[in-house]
Design a protein around this ligand. Structure first.
Ligand SMILES: [Fe+2]
Length: 502
């Protein structure tokens, strides 16, 4: 492909937007629904995890048991959907809500918490109107206008990236949003290069040990996969878009020393469904006959690509990948969290919004071997259920042993009840159970020199209606937290975060 052709693709991605326009007629007639009333009437104690804070949460001191180690002195910043309802209307999907950044400032026996909504143009306009104006990932509010651009419906609700002094709130359908790292004020959309304004930038960038940032973005309507390489100083080195037939929903990816690795579940966008009035999510079709395709792209030359195949399955998250040379060629190892189907995104994460629990296929930590020499791909499930996998950030793209992840889902209630550290080579897992009245959120690994490091993360204790921040010795999860902060309230359940040392 020539440079001119690639420029054309990039222009195509920008001109058409990620979410194609929808005929306004299809939505004008939609009646108000009773999801808000159902949520309010529900008696389940865990529903506070999906409640909407009415405003920003001013700084509050948590009560702390134990002492947080010096290595975790700093800030844990987390992001997640929090603005789920407005004007008596409730979103129909957990991933729709306006993003709220939770900041935990940690210093020994003191923890301060505050929460700030990301003031995206969508949120600002809808608060002013007192109702939803635009569509979201899984919801088409009555009378919503077609979005003029992806960023007009950007909710910045998925993750965060700290890069060269900037703090970015990430979504996946549009731009990153710049925040003031000190005040958490919203500054505006991040433009990596003027001609890339508004390009989708996923919520799961990968940072090499040398600080190079790799990311991607999905242009569903155009079948285009955007790729980014960003220098440690925040300057864009390269961006391009490649055409991928039957491009599916891709939420996360992995890097090795020399490759970018995309596990592609067979959840494929169908423009005709969108035109017929479906939400962005419901425009996707589960096509298991495609299998789980694995796209491997050379970091140095994005025109050098391989496609391998695994049995059909669904994923949100990848733990890590690394590569080694064998007599038969390069072998890539990947671990990820695999489900048999996409029911979690279609049904479970939707019904949560009216406080109903629908059992989903339990996701398993799964290891993959990709032999580039023979084109063979194989996988094996480890005997542990999992979500929100994280590794020692110093091992990104390199051989690792341990994955930190939520685990132990329980029947009849959402989420996971334990935090685990699993050895992906032996399958052995050590865990700390928070109990049946808690929902574990993502925990991150915090390095501490050459020591075993720390595991830091939050959980919703819905028995007490409080959010907890806990720190564990990474090699002794079973011993329980070395320190735990308890907030005087329950926060909405979030997605991903980053830790920055003081
Ligand atoms: Fe994610």
């Amino acid at each position: 492909m020539t440079i001119t052709q690639r420029r054309e693709l990039l222009r195509g991605l920008l001109a058409a937007g990620v979410l194609p326009w929808l005929p306004a007629l299809a939505r004008a007639a939609a009646p108000k629904d009773d999801w808000q009333a159902e949520f309010e009437a529900a008696q389940v104690p865990w529903k506070s995890g999906f409640a909407t804070p009415r405003a920003d949460l001013p700084p509050v001191r948590a009560s702390v048991r134990g002492r947080f180690p010096d290595a975790v002195a700093g800030t844990l910043l987390r992001n997640g959907p929090a603005g789920h309802d407005l004007g008596g209307e409730r979103y129909h999907h957990w991933f729709d809500g306006d993003g709220m950044v939770q900041r935990f400032t940690i210093a020994g026996r003191e923890v301060l918490h505050e929460g700030r909504y990301v003031a995206t143009p969508k949120r600002v306009a809808e608060l002013r109107a007192g109702r939803r104006l635009a569509e979201a990932f899984g919801t088409l509010p009555p009378g919503a206008e077609p979005p003029p651009s992806p960023d007009s419906i950007n909710v910045a609700n998925t993750s965060l990236l700290r890069l060269a002094g900037e703090l970015l709130a990430l979504w996946e359908g549009g731009s990153a949003v710049r925040l003031d790292a000190r005040t958490l004020d919203t500054l505006g959309f991040k433009t990596w290069r003027p001609d890339l304004a508004g390009m989708p930038f996923s919520a799961h960038p990968r940072v090499d040990p040398d600080g190079t940032v790799w990311n991607f973005g999905i242009g569903s309507g155009q079948g285009l996969l955007a790729l980014y390489e960003i220098a440690p100083d925040g300057a864009l080195r390269r961006a391009d878009a490649i055409l991928v037939p039957d491009l599916p929903m891709i939420h996360d990816f992995a890097v090795t020393a020399r490759h970018l690795v995309f596990l592609m579940p067979p959840l494929v966008y169908d423009a005709k469904r969108k035109e017929a009035g479906a939400s962005f999510l419901d425009a996707h079709v589960w096509r298991p006959e495609l299998g789980m395709r694995v796209l491997v792209v050379e970091k140095k030359d994005w025109t050098r690509r391989r496609m391998l195949a695994l049995p059909a399955g669904f994923l949100f998250h990848v733990g890590n990948a690394w590569e080694e040379e064998t007599p038969a060629g390069t072998r890539i190892h990947v671990d990820y969290v695999r489900s048999d189907t996409a029911d979690t995104v279609f049904t479970t994460s939707r019904e949560l919004m009216r406080a109903r629990w629908v059992q989903r296929p339990v996701p398993q930590l799964t290891t993959v071997r990709l032999d580039l020499g023979t084109g063979r791909a194989t996988q094996a499930a480890l005997p542990v259920d999992a979500e929100f996998p994280r590794i020692d950030p110093r091992r990104t793209g390199l051989r690792h042993r341990h994955v930190i992840h939520a685990s132990r889902s329980l029947p009849g209630r959402p989420g996971f009840s334990a935090i685990a550290r699993t050895d992906v080579e032996t399958g052995r897992s050590q865990q700390h159970g928070y109990g049946a009245q808690a929902i574990v959120e993502e925990h991150v690994f915090v390095p501490d020199g050459t020591g075993p490091g720390w595991v830091l993360g939050t959980a919703l204790d819905f028995g007490r209606q409080k959010t907890l921040l806990s720190c564990f010795a990474a090699d002794a999860l079973g011993a329980g937290p070395v320190a735990q902060a308890t907030l005087p309230y329950a926060l909405p359940l979030g997605l991903h975060g980053v830790f920055a040392a003081a």
